[in-house]
Structure formats: C-alpha cells, structure tokens
Design a protein around this ligand. Structure first.
Ligand code: NAD
Ligand code: TYD
Length: 373
C-alpha cells in the first residue's frame, strides 16, 4: 500500500492524474492538497472525493503547518507536486506570485518531506531515508527556453527560461536538484510539453478557442500564429509521471513529449473545422452553443483575429522523449488527430463544468487580456 500526496490535484493535470492513479492502483491512499485558486475546482474531482481512498485538504504548498499536518497524519510515501501558478500570461502581469508559489512552495514541500522521511544519518552526515519514498516535481519544457526551426530539447539542454513563469519553474527545478545533491533526497523531475484534454482551464489556447467558438466570439491568435508547441494528451502525461515515480532512476530528469508539433494557427483552424464537423454530425451538440444558430456558415476561419503578441513569446518547443522511451518504455499513445476530437467532444458534453469554472473572476480576466471582443 502506497500513500500518495498529490498537490494541485484540483487543477487540470493534477485532477487527471488523481483519476488515473485511482483507476490504475487499487491499493493506494491519496491525500490531495490544493489551495483552490482560480485554476483549482472541487467540481473537477467531486466523484473522486467520494472514494474512501481519498482525502482532500484545502491549503497552500507554501504553508509549512498545513504540509506538516498532512505528514503527521499520513505515512506519505510519494509526493507528486503539480501545484503551481501555471499561466505564462498571468506571470507577465504578476511575477511575484509565481515565485512565491512555484519556488517557495516547492522548497516547503521538499523540506517537510525530508524531515518526515529521514530515519537516520550516514557516516558522512547525509540523511538516510525511509525505504521506498520519492518526491516527484512536475516541471515543464519551458525551462529550456525557446527553439529555432530545428532541434529538440533533451534532458541535457541547458536551462534558459525566458518568462517569469518558466523562470519560476526553473528555480523550483534547481531547488529540487539541490535537495537531491545536498541531502541525497530521492527525487525525480519530469519536464513535459503542452498538455491538452478534459478539465483544461479555458485561459489556455485550446479550451479558450473552444469556449469562444461556442459563444460565437473572435479567436485571438497572438502575433502571426507561427509559434510552435508540442502537444501531449493529458492522460499520456499522467501515465508518464506514474512510470517515472514507480520505475524512474532516482535523481534523474525525464522529458515527456508528444512528437506532436503544431503551429498555433493550425491548432486554431483544426479546432474550428473539428467543432463544425461534430456539430454537423450530431445536432445534439448544438445545445453547447450559447446562441441559437439556424446554420453553421459563421463557423469558419474568419473568426480568427490576430492580436498583439505576448511579450517575450517563445517561438518553438519540441521535446526529445528518447530517455523515457528507452528506459521506461513510455511513448505518447494518443495521436493528436484523435486526442483533439476526444477533447472537443468532452467540452461539447461538459458545458456545465466550463460554466462552473468560469463563473468567478474569469470574465474580468478575459476583458483585461483581450478587451471585450
Ligand atoms: P493548473 O493551473 O490547471 O492547476 C494548478 C493547481 O494548483 C490548481 O488546482 C490550483 O488551485 C493549485 N494551486 C495553485 N497554487 C497553489 C498553492 N499555493 N498551494 C496549493 N495548490 C495550489 O495547472 P496545470 O496545467 O494542471 O499544471 C500542473 C503542473 O504541470 C504545474 O506545475 C505546471 O507548471 C506543469 N505543467 C503544465 C503544463 C500544461 O500544459 N498545462 C505543461 C508543462 C508543465
Ligand atoms: P498557452 O496555452 O498559454 O500555453 P504556453 O504559453 O504555456 O505554451 O499558449 C499556447 C500557445 O498559444 C502560445 O504560443 C501562446 C498562444 N496563444 C494564443 O495565440 N492565443 C491565446 O488566446 C492564448 C491563450 C495562447
């Protein structure tokens, strides 16, 4: 029986991971720690919270008392740290919050785990840890910076973050490495590319485009839309994290990528075409539209509007996942063509969720970012 502590488990990837491990492992206990910021929603995990294996704690990863109280109550074996401020655009507006949550929160999680996992000291003074424990830091390919037209990020690519978000994630990675080197703590870092799939908060590209289409709004593409991201279906990512946690070599970094590079403009056009096809095939999906529409002639590329570019916009991300594939046999199982249809279908069928998560400050955020388009 393993006791997991999953932080950020009410957010996009964390919630998908919670669902994944509850499905994959019957003999686990799970504590979810989440501060329920704008990005965390209990509705996303409401069914999982009914599972007797699960306990939810509302609190911040930055708060030593809260984290300590979890370790006092549960014999935690694994910490999987998803909790973070995760949106680049917001980091440009408020960098300090990103440093606090992403760096200090990570350090607090590491420190508390070290304290509770230490069972002695070796002759050199290094801590000795309880058998079978591990800390996994969920990081991002954005720590490697930006690529030109060619090349891939490997685990050996020098860290070269450009945005306040990626700088804060790099800071967190470095403190994880410091705990591994200085205290010999058993850790892994995973660095993945852009995820997509169910429960993705509609401030990020794909769910924002879906939401805007269903509202008949313009589709904001930054700059000229030529920026490239390497899209990974979220469940494939969850599987990668669990493989690294259970079988990854301690102290190692693993890149997790989709080999699914696409330009933003092509993502937006594909999303338009896919929604149109699904609405034509199944008129029931028309219920997801926020206005009545006798025909779908409006649903075309003219919805796209090119807006001011993001400051310091990274041009291209692309991951070389050779290490995780050769060592752990992981590969991205979901082809983008299938994953995007699954994702769009999910949004068409789960408009209640979208309304629930965007009922708070979302409107204010949207107007600040994009004006009232
Ligand atoms: P998200 O923004 O959807 O969710 C973040 C979660 O963390 C939310 O539930 C939020 O309430 C919680 N949280 C925020 N601050 C907290 C705090 N101080 N204490 C406790 N909980 C807090 O993010 P996501 O997209 O699910 O990303 C999860 C992790 O994966 C992040 O560490 C992110 O950097 C990393 N990542 C994401 C992507 C991606 O494409 N989404 C890609 C690479 C890496
Ligand atoms: P995003 O989903 O914010 O992820 P990240 O910045 O972490 O890669 O953005 C993905 C890409 O889409 C990025 O190049 C910025 C671009 N983008 C737009 O063109 N329009 C939008 O409204 C958003 C949110 C993003």
């Amino acid at each position: 029986m393993k006791h997991y502590l999953v932080t950020g488990g009410a957010g996009f990837i964390g919630a998908n991971y919670v669902k994944y491990i509850l499905k994959e492992h019957s003999d686990i206990q799970l504590v979810i720690l989440d501060d329920l910021t704008y990005a965390g929603n209990l509705g996303t995990i409401k069914d999982d919270l009914k599972d007797p294996r699960v306990e939810f704690v509302k609190g911040s990863i930055v708060d030593p008392q809260i984290v300590q109280s979890i370790f006092e109550k549960h014999p935690i074996d694994f910490v999987v740290n998803f909790a973070a401020e995760s949106h680049v655009d917001r980091s440009i507006e408020n960098p300090q919050l990103f440093l606090q949550t992403n760096i200090l929160g990570t350090q607090n999680m590491l420190d508390t785990a070290k304290k509770f996992w230490t069972v002695g000291k070796d002759e050199k003074g290094y801590p000795i840890y309880r058998e079978g424990v591990k800390y996994l830091q969920v990081s991002t390919d954005e720590v490697y910076g930006s690529l030109g037209e060619t090349g891939y990020f490997t685990e050996k690519t020098p860290l070269d973050p450009r945005s306040p978000y990626s700088a804060s994630k790099t800071g967190a990675d470095l403190i994880v490495v410091a705990y591994s080197e200085t205290y010999k703590m058993p850790v892994n870092i995973t660095r993945c590319s852009n995820n997509y799939g169910p429960y993705h908060f509609p401030e990020k590209l794909i769910p924002l485009i879906i939401k805007n289409i269903l509202e008949g709004k313009k589709l904001p593409v930054y700059g000229d839309g030529s920026n490239v991201r390497d899209w990974l279906y979220v469940e494939d990512h969850c599987k990668a994290i669990d493989s690294v946690l259970l079988r990854g070599r301690t102290g190692e970094v693993y890149n997790v990528g989709g080999h699914n590079e696409m330009k933003n403009i092509d993502i937006v056009k594909l999303t338009i075409a896919t929604i149109r096809r699904l609405l034509e095939e199944n008129p029931e999906y028309g219920k997801a539209l926020k206005f009545s529409s006798p025909d779908l002639s409006w649903l075309n590329d003219d919805l796209i509007t090119f807006v001011k570019d993001r400051l310091g916009h990274d041009q291209r991300y692309a991951i070389d996942p050779t290490k995780i594939t050769t060592e752990l046999g992981w590969y991205p199982e979901t082809k983008f063509a299938d994953g995007i249809v699954k994702t769009i279908r999910w949004y068409l069928e789960n408009q209640d969720w979208v309304e629930e998560v965007t009922s708070g400050d979302y409107q204010k955020y949207y107007e600040q970012m994009y004006g009232n388009r």
